[in-house]
Write a protein that binds this ligand. Structure first.
Ligand SMILES: [Zn+2]
Ligand SMILES: [Zn+2]
Length: 136
């Protein structure tokens, strides 16, 4: 009779320990979930901060950004609006044709030109390689 009670006690004690372990595990898992969520929020905040820092001041707004461009249709040098990820030709702000190509400028001779090339762009006047996009 006495042995049986001991066994019952042992059984309930083991059960309690099991529950304790489950409780501790659940708390640890909850803490891990919380840490992961906090890390995710921190990443988003860092991304937003970087976006704010790297964004050229005044050049962008919700609709995109302005690009110094030359229109192949009317020949004017214009400021064309480009959406994010949009590729040329852009809409000419002078005549409305979708024919405005970004203006490049040669740092060596000052030539301003347009090109279809996306890499290895060289100046058509002096052949210089120090070229870049004209600032709007
Ligand atoms: Zn035009
Ligand atoms: Zn040049």
């Amino acid at each position: 009779m006495r042995v049986r009670r001991d066994l019952l006690e042992l059984d309930s004690r083991l059960r309690r320990q099991g529950e304790l372990r489950v409780g501790a595990y659940a708390r640890r898992a909850a803490r891990r979930r919380l840490a992961r969520a906090a890390a995710g929020v921190a990443l988003i905040l860092v991304a937003l901060a970087l976006y704010g820092i790297l964004r050229p001041p005044g050049a962008r707004n919700a609709q995109g950004f302005l690009v110094a461009a030359r229109c192949a249709a009317c020949g004017n040098d214009v400021l064309a609006r480009s959406g994010f990820g949009q590729t040329p030709p852009l809409v000419c702000s002078a005549c409305g044709a979708v024919a405005a190509h970004p203006l490049w400028v040669c740092r060596a001779c000052g030539e301003r030109f347009t090109t279809e090339a996306l890499e290895d762009v060289v100046c058509p006047r002096c052949g210089g390689k120090r070229v870049g996009f004209e600032k709007p």
